[in-house]
Design a protein around this ligand. Sequence first.
Ligand code: NAD
Length: 240
Amino acid sequence: MQGEEAVFNFKKIMERTRRAVFFGGAGVSTESGISDFRSEDGLYRQKYKYPPERILSHTFFTEHTEEFYAFYRDKMLCLAAQPNAAHKKLAQWEAEGKLFAVVTQNIDGLHQKAGSKNVFELHGSIWRNYCVRCGMPYPVQRIAAGSGVPRCACGGVVKPDVVLYEEPLDQSVLNGAVQAIRAADTLIVGGTSLNVYPAAGLIDFFQGDNLVVVNLGAPAKDMRGTLFIDGKIGQVLSRL
Ligand code: NAD
Protein backbone atom coordinates (compact mmCIF):
# COMPACT_ATOMS: atom_id res chain seq x y z
CA MET A 1 0.00 0.00 0.00
CA GLN A 2 1.24 3.49 -0.74
CA GLY A 3 0.28 7.14 -0.37
CA GLU A 4 -2.32 8.90 1.71
CA GLU A 5 -4.47 5.85 2.51
CA ALA A 6 -1.55 3.89 3.96
CA VAL A 7 -0.37 6.81 6.06
CA PHE A 8 -3.94 7.34 7.26
CA ASN A 9 -4.15 3.69 8.34
CA PHE A 10 -0.77 3.94 10.09
CA LYS A 11 -2.01 7.05 11.92
CA LYS A 12 -5.12 5.17 13.09
CA ILE A 13 -2.97 2.31 14.36
CA MET A 14 -0.72 4.71 16.28
CA GLU A 15 -3.75 6.38 17.87
CA ARG A 16 -4.75 3.12 19.55
CA THR A 17 -1.19 1.93 20.22
CA ARG A 18 -0.06 1.88 23.85
CA ARG A 19 3.26 0.03 23.67
CA ALA A 20 4.94 0.13 20.26
CA VAL A 21 8.33 -1.29 19.47
CA PHE A 22 10.37 -0.26 16.47
CA PHE A 23 12.66 -2.75 14.74
CA GLY A 24 14.99 -1.17 12.19
CA GLY A 25 18.08 -1.45 10.07
CA ALA A 26 20.48 0.46 7.89
CA GLY A 27 17.66 2.00 5.80
CA VAL A 28 16.69 4.13 8.82
CA SER A 29 19.94 6.05 8.48
CA THR A 30 20.19 6.49 4.69
CA GLU A 31 18.26 9.78 5.01
CA SER A 32 21.05 10.86 7.37
CA GLY A 33 23.59 10.23 4.61
CA ILE A 34 24.86 6.82 5.79
CA SER A 35 24.96 4.09 3.12
CA ASP A 36 23.10 0.85 3.75
CA PHE A 37 24.19 -2.48 2.26
CA ARG A 38 21.55 -3.45 -0.27
CA SER A 39 20.06 -0.24 -1.77
CA GLU A 40 21.06 0.84 -5.27
CA ASP A 41 23.80 3.08 -3.90
CA GLY A 42 24.42 0.77 -0.94
CA LEU A 43 27.82 -0.62 -0.04
CA TYR A 44 27.25 -3.81 -2.07
CA ARG A 45 27.19 -1.79 -5.30
CA GLN A 46 30.28 0.23 -4.47
CA LYS A 47 33.59 -1.08 -5.68
CA TYR A 48 35.61 -2.78 -3.00
CA LYS A 49 38.04 -5.64 -3.24
CA TYR A 50 35.75 -7.71 -1.00
CA PRO A 51 32.02 -7.59 -0.23
CA PRO A 52 31.26 -5.57 2.97
CA GLU A 53 30.06 -8.63 4.87
CA ARG A 54 33.46 -10.28 4.34
CA ILE A 55 35.36 -7.17 5.47
CA LEU A 56 33.10 -6.84 8.50
CA SER A 57 33.71 -10.43 9.62
CA HIS A 58 35.67 -11.63 12.62
CA THR A 59 38.10 -13.59 10.43
CA PHE A 60 38.84 -10.56 8.26
CA PHE A 61 39.30 -8.35 11.32
CA THR A 62 41.82 -10.82 12.74
CA GLU A 63 43.71 -11.56 9.53
CA HIS A 64 43.56 -8.20 7.70
CA THR A 65 43.18 -5.71 10.54
CA GLU A 66 44.68 -2.79 8.62
CA GLU A 67 42.39 -3.31 5.61
CA PHE A 68 39.43 -3.70 7.96
CA TYR A 69 40.21 -0.32 9.52
CA ALA A 70 40.65 1.40 6.14
CA PHE A 71 37.09 0.33 5.16
CA TYR A 72 35.68 0.91 8.63
CA ARG A 73 37.01 4.47 8.88
CA ASP A 74 35.87 5.26 5.36
CA LYS A 75 32.36 3.79 5.49
CA MET A 76 31.20 2.97 9.00
CA LEU A 77 32.54 5.84 11.12
CA CYS A 78 29.99 8.53 10.35
CA LEU A 79 30.51 10.64 13.45
CA ALA A 80 29.08 13.84 11.99
CA ALA A 81 25.81 12.25 10.81
CA GLN A 82 22.67 13.67 12.38
CA PRO A 83 19.32 12.02 13.19
CA ASN A 84 16.64 12.34 10.53
CA ALA A 85 12.86 12.62 10.86
CA ALA A 86 12.49 8.89 11.57
CA HIS A 87 14.90 8.89 14.51
CA LYS A 88 13.26 12.04 15.84
CA LYS A 89 9.68 10.74 15.61
CA LEU A 90 10.61 7.51 17.41
CA ALA A 91 12.28 9.51 20.20
CA GLN A 92 9.18 11.70 20.43
CA TRP A 93 6.88 8.66 20.72
CA GLU A 94 9.07 7.24 23.48
CA ALA A 95 8.95 10.55 25.39
CA GLU A 96 5.15 10.55 25.03
CA GLY A 97 4.97 7.01 26.46
CA LYS A 98 3.65 5.50 23.22
CA LEU A 99 6.78 3.62 22.19
CA PHE A 100 8.53 1.30 24.60
CA ALA A 101 11.75 0.42 22.77
CA VAL A 102 13.83 0.69 19.64
CA VAL A 103 15.53 -2.50 18.50
CA THR A 104 18.17 -1.63 15.93
CA GLN A 105 20.67 -3.42 13.77
CA ASN A 106 22.48 -0.12 13.29
CA ILE A 107 25.75 0.76 14.92
CA ASP A 108 25.67 4.51 14.27
CA GLY A 109 24.10 5.67 17.57
CA LEU A 110 21.65 8.00 15.79
CA HIS A 111 18.63 6.86 17.83
CA GLN A 112 20.37 7.97 21.04
CA LYS A 113 21.49 11.20 19.35
CA ALA A 114 17.80 11.87 18.62
CA GLY A 115 16.91 11.30 22.29
CA SER A 116 15.76 7.65 22.37
CA LYS A 117 16.61 6.03 25.71
CA ASN A 118 15.53 2.40 25.53
CA VAL A 119 17.58 1.23 22.55
CA PHE A 120 18.64 -2.38 22.02
CA GLU A 121 21.70 -2.25 19.76
CA LEU A 122 21.78 -5.79 18.40
CA HIS A 123 25.05 -5.19 16.55
CA GLY A 124 26.74 -2.89 19.04
CA SER A 125 27.96 0.65 18.48
CA ILE A 126 30.81 2.49 16.79
CA TRP A 127 30.82 4.82 19.82
CA ARG A 128 32.32 2.15 22.11
CA ASN A 129 35.75 0.64 21.55
CA TYR A 130 38.00 -1.48 23.71
CA CYS A 131 41.37 -3.21 23.80
CA VAL A 132 40.98 -6.90 22.99
CA ARG A 133 43.88 -7.72 25.35
CA CYS A 134 43.24 -5.71 28.54
CA GLY A 135 39.70 -4.42 28.00
CA MET A 136 40.63 -0.73 28.30
CA PRO A 137 37.89 1.44 26.71
CA TYR A 138 38.87 3.91 23.97
CA PRO A 139 36.87 6.90 22.67
CA VAL A 140 35.79 6.66 19.06
CA GLN A 141 37.66 9.89 18.28
CA ARG A 142 40.90 8.00 18.87
CA ILE A 143 39.93 5.53 16.14
CA ALA A 144 38.72 8.22 13.75
CA ALA A 145 41.72 10.52 14.13
CA GLY A 146 44.39 7.86 13.80
CA SER A 147 45.49 5.76 10.86
CA GLY A 148 46.40 2.11 10.54
CA VAL A 149 45.58 -0.31 13.35
CA PRO A 150 44.69 1.44 16.64
CA ARG A 151 46.65 0.02 19.55
CA CYS A 152 46.25 0.20 23.31
CA ALA A 153 49.05 1.29 25.64
CA CYS A 154 49.43 -2.41 26.52
CA GLY A 155 50.12 -3.23 22.86
CA GLY A 156 46.75 -4.93 22.24
CA VAL A 157 44.58 -4.16 19.21
CA VAL A 158 41.64 -1.82 19.85
CA LYS A 159 38.37 -3.20 18.47
CA PRO A 160 35.04 -1.46 17.96
CA ASP A 161 32.27 -2.84 20.16
CA VAL A 162 30.34 -3.93 17.09
CA VAL A 163 29.17 -7.45 16.38
CA LEU A 164 31.10 -8.62 13.33
CA TYR A 165 29.84 -11.41 11.12
CA GLU A 166 30.69 -14.80 12.73
CA GLU A 167 30.42 -13.24 16.20
CA PRO A 168 27.51 -13.98 18.56
CA LEU A 169 25.05 -11.31 19.62
CA ASP A 170 25.20 -10.08 23.22
CA GLN A 171 22.81 -12.33 25.14
CA SER A 172 21.42 -9.64 27.43
CA VAL A 173 20.73 -7.28 24.51
CA LEU A 174 19.06 -10.13 22.64
CA ASN A 175 16.91 -11.07 25.66
CA GLY A 176 15.87 -7.45 26.19
CA ALA A 177 14.91 -7.10 22.53
CA VAL A 178 12.90 -10.33 22.55
CA GLN A 179 11.02 -9.32 25.72
CA ALA A 180 10.25 -5.88 24.28
CA ILE A 181 8.96 -7.32 20.99
CA ARG A 182 6.89 -9.98 22.80
CA ALA A 183 5.15 -7.35 24.92
CA ALA A 184 4.46 -4.88 22.09
CA ASP A 185 0.95 -4.19 20.82
CA THR A 186 2.34 -2.64 17.62
CA LEU A 187 5.58 -3.58 15.89
CA ILE A 188 6.93 -1.14 13.34
CA VAL A 189 9.60 -2.64 11.09
CA GLY A 190 11.53 -0.20 8.93
CA GLY A 191 14.58 0.29 6.75
CA THR A 192 15.72 -3.30 6.81
CA SER A 193 15.95 -5.97 4.14
CA LEU A 194 15.55 -8.62 6.89
CA ASN A 195 18.41 -10.60 5.39
CA VAL A 196 20.69 -10.63 8.42
CA TYR A 197 20.14 -13.34 11.02
CA PRO A 198 19.62 -13.88 13.90
CA ALA A 199 18.44 -10.23 14.06
CA ALA A 200 15.72 -10.66 11.40
CA GLY A 201 14.29 -13.66 13.27
CA LEU A 202 13.40 -11.49 16.27
CA ILE A 203 10.26 -10.16 14.66
CA ASP A 204 8.81 -13.69 14.88
CA PHE A 205 8.41 -13.09 18.62
CA PHE A 206 5.82 -10.41 17.98
CA GLN A 207 2.33 -11.45 19.09
CA GLY A 208 0.56 -8.09 19.17
CA ASP A 209 -2.19 -6.71 16.97
CA ASN A 210 -0.52 -4.45 14.42
CA LEU A 211 2.50 -5.10 12.28
CA VAL A 212 3.54 -2.14 10.14
CA VAL A 213 6.41 -2.31 7.65
CA VAL A 214 7.86 0.88 6.16
CA ASN A 215 10.57 0.10 3.66
CA LEU A 216 11.80 0.98 0.19
CA GLY A 217 10.89 -2.30 -1.49
CA ALA A 218 9.50 -5.38 0.21
CA PRO A 219 11.80 -7.02 2.77
CA ALA A 220 13.06 -10.58 2.21
CA LYS A 221 10.81 -12.09 4.87
CA ASP A 222 7.21 -12.97 4.18
CA MET A 223 5.03 -11.10 6.67
CA ARG A 224 1.34 -11.69 6.56
CA GLY A 225 -1.26 -9.41 8.11
CA THR A 226 0.95 -6.43 7.59
CA LEU A 227 0.37 -2.84 6.69
CA PHE A 228 3.22 -2.42 4.21
CA ILE A 229 4.19 1.11 3.17
CA ASP A 230 6.68 1.26 0.32
CA GLY A 231 8.47 4.52 1.02
CA LYS A 232 11.22 6.40 2.81
CA ILE A 233 10.86 5.96 6.53
CA GLY A 234 11.84 9.52 7.45
CA GLN A 235 9.31 10.92 5.01
CA VAL A 236 6.56 8.54 6.17
CA LEU A 237 7.08 8.99 9.92
CA SER A 238 7.24 12.77 9.58
CA ARG A 239 3.67 12.68 8.25
CA LEU A 240 2.31 11.00 11.39
P1 NAD B 1 20.21 -3.64 4.27
O1 NAD B 1 21.15 -2.73 3.57
O2 NAD B 1 20.29 -5.09 4.02
O3 NAD B 1 18.71 -3.22 3.91
C1 NAD B 1 18.28 -1.87 4.00
C2 NAD B 1 16.83 -1.84 3.56
O4 NAD B 1 16.35 -0.54 3.81
C3 NAD B 1 16.64 -2.13 2.08
O5 NAD B 1 15.50 -2.95 1.92
C4 NAD B 1 16.40 -0.72 1.48
O6 NAD B 1 15.59 -0.75 0.34
C5 NAD B 1 15.72 -0.05 2.64
N1 NAD B 1 15.89 1.40 2.69
C6 NAD B 1 16.95 2.15 2.34
N2 NAD B 1 16.73 3.46 2.61
C7 NAD B 1 15.46 3.51 3.14
C8 NAD B 1 14.65 4.56 3.62
N3 NAD B 1 15.06 5.85 3.61
N4 NAD B 1 13.42 4.26 4.12
C9 NAD B 1 12.97 2.97 4.12
N5 NAD B 1 13.69 1.93 3.66
C10 NAD B 1 14.93 2.20 3.19
O7 NAD B 1 20.28 -3.29 5.82
P2 NAD B 1 19.93 -4.20 7.09
O8 NAD B 1 18.70 -4.98 6.84
O9 NAD B 1 19.99 -3.29 8.26
O10 NAD B 1 21.15 -5.23 7.19
C11 NAD B 1 22.47 -4.84 6.96
C12 NAD B 1 23.41 -4.90 8.15
O11 NAD B 1 24.32 -3.83 7.98
C13 NAD B 1 22.82 -4.70 9.50
O12 NAD B 1 23.28 -5.73 10.29
C14 NAD B 1 23.41 -3.38 10.03
O13 NAD B 1 23.98 -3.59 11.30
C15 NAD B 1 24.56 -3.08 9.14
N6 NAD B 1 24.71 -1.67 8.71
C16 NAD B 1 24.48 -0.66 9.58
C17 NAD B 1 24.61 0.65 9.16
C18 NAD B 1 24.35 1.75 10.17
O14 NAD B 1 24.64 1.59 11.36
N7 NAD B 1 23.80 2.89 9.72
C19 NAD B 1 24.95 0.95 7.85
C20 NAD B 1 25.20 -0.12 6.96
C21 NAD B 1 25.06 -1.43 7.41
